[in-house]
Design a protein around this ligand. Structure first.
Ligand SMILES: Cc1ncc(COP(=O)(O)O)c(C=O)c1O
Length: 405
């Protein structure tokens, strides 16, 4: 449970009470949205929240429905980052293959995806009908970070196979390691080759609110689509994610559904999410973000991110100093990996033992072919004392398991 300082496991937020209050309000009022007339307040809040997020990533906010406007971005809140990733790739497909909605997905589409991307990306590729063989893995360095020099050969390989590139995906940051792919060079490569650039910033995007940590996302404004989970580092309770598009026209082409019983005319004059989202009925997701940002402030949320990222860096140094422990890289977020000893199976056994004993909840991940212990430092009460206690517990459990206890 994420409120416990010894829960250093998954990317589950310790929600701010303002967002929790919004969840209670939503539960009591139960006024969802799809078309504007169903949930006018929910739609209005979502419009404001999406525009705020568009501004934060460097895109042009949407005009009010009915207002004349030039080029602007677009976006929608979704029930989670996996749906947001699916929506992004759906829009990417509509750009490369505008007939796909009616005629089906052409067999020559492919995607460049870094090894280590969240599985929801691969799943979206299959859901869209490309088939998993359409995923061309992007080469990464020993820590799983995309090497921009690998882009050109990967694209050439894809072309040599007679394929068209539907999208290039980058992680900001990667789920397992918390490391960021270099968005700017990837974005520049995509612009040069007219490729759709999708930035999966589910975990990392909230760092845009921190002066100290924003640099990890340098170049994010070059993306065609970005996903941002508010229920991770924005301290919003589950579920709430956003998919954001640099060009609202791309977004407008993602879905081409008609539903006669839902007055489609409404979509022209009001903010209606139904033609823009996988979901029909949607919770009033915007209220959670709205109240959290209103109560904590952008600076408060940015300070939270900076605090957790700095804690992860300090913890990594502390862990590296202990004999028997090693840390493969300097953390770039609040996710860090490390090893204890050199025996992968024993390390996993120690972790499972700790979990069963309910003393700590940590996870593990594979990196460079080797198992690592993995921490996600979400809780502000997880401190050096907690980490020292964790390292002691790992040593004790390891000794007991080695002794056959
Ligand atoms: C980089 C990344 N993308 C996508 C997801 C999926 O998001 P959700 O769990 O909100 O569906 C995650 C969650 O772990 C993630 O870390």
């Amino acid at each position: 449970m994420a409120r416990h300082p010894r829960y250093i496991a998954h990317q589950v937020s310790v929600p701010d009470y303002s967002g929790a209050l919004a969840a209670i309000v939503n539960g009591v009022v139960n006024n969802p949205m799809a078309v504007y007339e169903m949930g006018p307040s929910a739609a209005t809040l979502e419009f404001a929240v999406v525009n705020w997020m568009l501004e934060k990533v460097g895109f042009v906010p949407q005009p009010l429905p009915g207002d004349a406007a030039g080029r602007h971005g677009g976006g929608v809140l979704t029930h989670g980052g996996s749906l947001a990733n699916l929506t992004s790739l759906l829009a990417a497909r509509a750009r490369v293959a505008p007939d796909a909605w009616e005629s089906g997905t052409p067999h020559d589409l492919a995607v460049l995806v870094p090894r280590g991307s969240h599985y929801s990306v691969a799943r979206a590729v299959s859901i869209l009908g490309l088939g998993s063989r359409a995923i061309y893995p992007l080469e990464v360095d020993r820590h799983g970070v995309v090497d921009p020099a690998a882009l050109a050969p990967a694209l050439a390989r894809l072309h040599d196979d007679g394929r068209r590139c539907m999208a290039v995906v980058a992680n900001a940051c990667a789920t397992a390691t918390g490391l960021h792919d270099p968005l700017r060079p990837i974005g520049e490569f995509c612009a040069e080759h007219e490729l759709w650039f999708h930035a999966d910033a589910c975990h990392g995007a909230t760092a845009l609110l921190s002066d100290a940590e924003r640099h990890h996302l340098d170049g994010i404004e070059l993306a065609d689509s970005i996903v941002w989970d508010a229920h991770k580092m924005m301290q919003v309770p589950v579920l709430c994610a956003a998919v954001l598009f640099r060009d609202g026209r791309d977004f407008g082409r993602a879905f081409q559904q008609q539903a006669s019983y839902l007055a489609m005319e409404q979509t022209r004059d009001t903010y209606t999410t139904m033609p823009r989202a996988v979901e029909c009925t949607k919770a009033s997701l915007g209220l959670k973000v709205f109240l959290t940002v209103a109560w904590r402030g952008e600076r408060g949320l940015g300070d939270y991110v900076a605090g957790r990222y700095a804690a992860a860096r300090r913890f990594a140094e502390r862990i590296a100093q202990r004999p028997g422990f090693s840390v493969p890289y300097a953390p770039q977020s609040n996710i860090l990996c490390f090893r204890y000893g050199d025996d992968d199976a024993l390390m996993e056994a120690i972790r499972e033992h700790l979990l069963r004993s309910r003393r700590f909840h940590i996870t593990s991940a594979e990196l460079g072919g080797r198992r690592h212990l993995r921490l996600t430092v979400m809780n502000a009460r997880t401190d050096e004392v907690t980490i020292d206690a964790l390292l002691d517990a790992l040593e004790e459990t390891g000794a007991a398991l080695r002794a056959g206890a």
